[in-house]
Each structure stands twice: as structure tokens, then as C-alpha cells.
Design a protein around this ligand. Structure first.
Ligand code: TRP
Length: 452
């Protein structure tokens, strides 16, 4: 069985080495697993929550797309798209917004942090808080539930959001599923083995600490950044402890076990920091040079990236469009061509089933229509004097089963249904013998489905 893996990348910045080691590289490796059905997308609607600079949004989307492609993401294998190219996602967001508890969202860490900060500063609790920030977890739930992801690789700060997606999905199932699980329960996937890289100053590499190493800057920019890595003040020749040097941690994240062991030994043997930085630079440059070239070439051809993402959106929407159609049906946003089920009439039951609809004629007789799940009239009965006869006939039709239905096609465009040598119903007129034949098959299929 394949596992559907899905994750989003918020498009607000330029990817750095920490993003590469912590998210991009492991995701691309995971996508090559033959059991994986991977969905990776640019969470550009999420980016709008944090950023109101259109140029930055635009540039970041392009850079992140180019980065993933340059790092070897195979778009034949995976589904790679922009969130904002899938109109079903905001539509699903609304359906989920209507079942998500406000109390649940009040507890979201990101929102709570803003409130706490406001209160600490003596401001109104919701000062500067947009509905986008407040509803952030609902949009993320829609991302995940739209494609029924099983596993969602995320950082620790996002675990709560995945749990909320699960809650909201289960609530929808409970309210509208009538026994059907529209949404599977997603799980956060935290890769323990994945490297969290230290930045230049030794704290976690992060844009907010301004301590990052660029991923696809020029070789010179890479060298300059490596030279700014903070080390202790041991002089050349003095033994150095690899385990207390974040320069070594960085090296290790990209080196083979043998390379790391040799580096460790050389540091202990007094390798100068300057030398050590040169080695780290060479290692990183070796890993990145080819992808950097690919990246630069892609950035010269944004139209090609656009085409790839459009193809990804088509692929994603082949799943999203029909699924959203089912969800709309489930909540009652249905076509008027189908018979309207009256609220409170019986339990909420399977929506899509063929049905008998009985009615009374002006002359006082009783008839039934047999409608397909889509609302097509398959049969109109002959009139009965006794209303009970309608129930008896329909029950017998179901009991005897689809194959035993006695249908007679006349040479015209109609067929008739017979029971005990008596004609009980007529089909509508059909234009051709083929259409007549097809209508008979639909009738049998509908009876079979109902009789189950
Ligand atoms: N909120 C995530 C982050 O900031 C990005 C994201 C958006 C996401 N939608 C998602 C991650 C769906 C996983 C699944 O990292």
C-alpha cells in the first residue's frame, strides 16, 4: 500500500542551507521510496498571512520552486504545485471553517503567542491579529485533508496544526459522513534523524537569527559565509574539540562517516580554523555546485517553472475537483436537478442512491417514478388504484433482483417493465435503439445497487 506524504513550504524567504538539510534533502530522498505518493507544494496563501510585500512573495515562490527542482525533485514521480493554483483549497477551507471550533483555534500556538505578546505590552489582546493568522490552522487542514495525506513531515512547531487538521477532519466525518470517512486521520512525521543545522553563531540556523548560510548564492558568497562561522580562539597547532565546534556539526551533516572521522582527528591534531573552514567550504561546494548551476539555469527560465507548476496543479486537481464535489454534496450544496431530500425525513442516509418516488394523480390513482442516483427518470409506473400496490410492486422488483427484471423493448423508442404477465411501468422515450439499450442497463444497475 502506498503512503501519501504531503508537506507545504511557506513562501516568504530564500532557502538556506538549514532548509536544505532539514527539509528539502530528506523530502526528496523520501519521495524516491517506491511506496511513497508524495505531494509537495508552495504554501503561498500561507505566505500572505505573514507578508504584505507582493514582490517578496513573488520572488520567494520562484526561488523556492527553483530550489526544489534544482535539488532533484522528480515532478513525474511527485505532485508539485502551488497552493494558490488549487481553487478547491480555499473552498474546502470554508467548509472546514464551518465545523472548526473557535475554541480549538483559540488554542493554536501562533495565535496564542500574539495574544500573550499583546497583553504583555498592555495592548488589546487581538491587536494586529488578522483573521488569516487566526484561521491559519484551518487553511493548513484544508491543504492536508484535500489530498487525504497519511503522513505530514513537519517541524516540531507544526505538530499542533496537524493534530488540529485531524480533529477538524474527524468532526466533518462525524457530522456529514453518514458512516463514510471522507477524511483519513493525518499524522505528523518528525524525522529524528534529520539534521538541525547550527547557524554561523551556533544557534539553530534560521532567518530570524540572521545566521544563515545561503544555499544557492555564488561560490564566493558561500566562502564568505563559511569564513564568518564563529569558532573558539584556539591557535593553529592547538588541539580542537570537534564536539564543541558547530563548524564540525555543519561538516558532519554533509560528510561521509570516514570524512567526518578524519576531520575530527585532524582538529584534535591541531588543524587551524582557517584550514578547517576551507575544508568545510570545499565539502559544501562539492555537494551544491551542480545543483547551483541547475538553479541558476532555471531562474533564467521562469516560464518553464510556471509550466511545470501548472502541470502539477492539473495533476493535483484531478484529485481535488471530484473530491470537493463529493464534499459539497455531503454538506448539502447539491444540484437542484436531483430530488431535494427534505430535512428531517428519515435519517441522513446515503445521498447517492436511486429511488422510488410515489405520487398521486389528479384522477386519484397512484403511480411511482424510479429515479437514478443522478435524478434521471428511469421508469414511470402505470396507475394503480390502491396506494399499497405501489409499495408491493417496488418491493417485489427489488426482491427479485436486477437480472430477473422483465423488460420488453418495443420497436419504437420505449421499453416496458412486466411483472406476472402485467405491464407495470414504462421507460421514457429514447432517441435510438442504442440509447434504449443503455437505459435498460442503467435501470438494471440502479435496481442492483438499491437491492444490495
Ligand atoms: N505551516 C507550515 C510551515 O510553516 C507550512 C504548511 C502549510 C504546511 N500547509 C501545510 C506543512 C500543510 C504541512 C502540511 O512550516
Amino acid at each position: 500500500m502506498t503512503t501519501r506524504i504531503l508537506t507545504g513550504i511557506t513562501t516568504t524567504g530564500t532557502p538556506h542551507l538549514g532548509n536544505y538539510a532539514g527539509a528539502i534533502r530528506p523530502a526528496i530522498v523520501a519521495s524516491r521510496d517506491s511506496d511513497a505518493d508524495s505531494f509537495y507544494f508552495l504554501a503561498d496563501y500561507h505566505a500572505l498571512i505573514k507578508c504584505d510585500d507582493p514582490l517578496r512573495i513573488q520572488r520567494s515562490r520562484l526561488e523556492i520552486a527553483a530550489t526544489w527542482l534544482a535539488c532533484g525533485l522528480d515532478i513525474e514521480r511527485v505532485t508539485f504545485y502551488r497552493q494558490s493554483d488549487i481553487p478547491e483549497i480555499p473552498e474546502l477551507t470554508w467548509l472546514l471553517t464551518c465545523v472548526a471550533g473557535k475554541g480549538l483555534l483559540n488554542r493554536a500556538h501562533a495565535y496564542k503567542a500574539s495574544v500573550d505578546k499583546n497583553l504583555a505590552e498592555g495592548e488589546d489582546a487581538d491587536a494586529g491579529v488578522t483573521m488569516g493568522l487566526f484561521s491559519y490552522p484551518v487553511l493548513m487542514a484544508a491543504d492536508i485533508l484535500m489530498f487525504n495525506a497519511n503522513k505530514v513531515p513537519v517541524g516540531r512547531d507544526q505538530i499542533q496544526h496537524v493534530e488540529m487538521a485531524r480533529d477538524i477532519g474527524q468532526r466533518f466525518n462525524h457530522l456529514f459522513g453518514a458512516g463514510r470517512e471522507y477524511f483519513v486521520a493525518p499524522e505528523a512525521l518528525i524525522e529524528e534523524s534529520v539534521a538541525t543545522l547550527p547557524g554561523l553563531d551556533g544557534r539553530k540556523m534560521s532567518k530570524s537569527y540572521d545566521n544563515t548560510i545561503p544555499l544557492f548564492g555564488s561560490a564566493k558568497q558561500l566562502r564568505d559565509a563559511v569564513n564568518r562561522i564563529v569558532t573558539d580562539s584556539r591557535a593553529p597547532g592547538e588541539p580542537k574539540d570537534a564536539d564543541s565546534a558547530h563548524l564540525f556539526t555543519l561538516f558532519q551533516a554533509f560528510a561521509s562517516a570516514e570524512q567526518a572521522a578524519a576531520f575530527r582527528a585532524d582538529l584534535a591534531g591541531g588543524l587551524a580554523w582557517g584550514e578547517a573552514k576551507q575544508r568545510l567550504f570545499e565539502l559544501l561546494d562539492g555537494e551544491l555546485a551542480q545543483a547551483r548551476e541547475h538553479y541558476n539555469a532555471l531562474m533564467q527560465k521562469p516560464g518553464e517553472i510556471e509550466d511545470m507548476l501548472q502541470a502539477g496543479a492539473l495533476k493535483a486537481r484531478r484529485i481535488a475537483t471530484p473530491f470537493l464535489g463529493e464534499l459539497r454534496e455531503a454538506v448539502g450544496l447539491r444540484s437542484f436537478r436531483e430530488q431535494v431530500q427534505v430535512a428531517g425525513a428519515g435519517k441522513k442516509k446515503a445521498v447517492k442512491a436511486a429511488r422510488f418516488v410515489s405520487f398521486r394523480e389528479q384522477d386519484g390513482s397512484f403511480r411511482f417514478r424510479f429515479l437514478s442516483a443522478e435524478g434521471e427518470e428511469l421508469l414511470l409506473s402505470r396507475p394503480f388504484a390502491d396506494p399499497k400496490a405501489v409499495g408491493v410492486v417496488t418491493a417485489r422488483l427489488l426482491a427479485q433482483g436486477a437480472d430477473a427484471l422483465e423488460l420488453r423493448a418495443d420497436e419504437g423508442a420505449q421499453f416496458t417493465l412486466w411483472l406476472d404477465g402485467e405491464c407495470v411501468a414504462d421507460s421514457p422515450a429514447h432517441a435510438t435503439p442504442e440509447a434504449l439499450e443503455a437505459a435498460m442497463l442503467r435501470l438494471r444497475a440502479a435496481v442492483a445497487a438499491l437491492a444490495e
